[in-house]
Design a binder for this molecule. Structure first.
Ligand SMILES: [Zn+2]
Length: 108
């Protein structure tokens, strides 16, 4: 009847929940996974851009509010006209430059 099938279901669920640790059980890993809120690296003026993408420009003493720019890899981060080499760049998101994409590259 209904109760029977319900009981069956329950025991079925329980047997699935109580899965014995077959392999690698009992080994508690050290707390190495702490990289959730890893701060993005900041780049300084004069450094070479490693990855094309959108960068946040953070100016010294916030003489200008943070704004986003596109930087191309192998270019150098420029100095700011106002705060010079104090400006910092933070990678927001990598995104390939269209003409560096294999389907859009200008072929000779
Ligand atoms: Zn500046």
């Amino acid at each position: 009847m209904q109760t029977r099938s319900q009981q069956f279901l329950q025991s079925e669920i329980q047997s699935r929940l109580v899965v014995p640790h077959a392999k690698g059980g009992g080994k508690s890993r050290p707390h190495s996974r702490h990289k959730h809120s890893r701060p993005a690296p900041l780049f300084s003026a004069g450094e070479t851009v490693r990855e094309t993408g959108i960068y946040e420009v953070i100016h010294d003493r916030a003489h200008r509010s943070v704004h986003e720019v596109v930087m191309l890899s192998s270019d150098a981060f420029p100095a700011c006209d106002s705060c010079g080499a104090q400006v910092r760049f933070r990678l927001v998101r990598t995104a390939p430059y269209i003409f560096q994409d294999e389907d859009f590259e200008e072929s000779p």
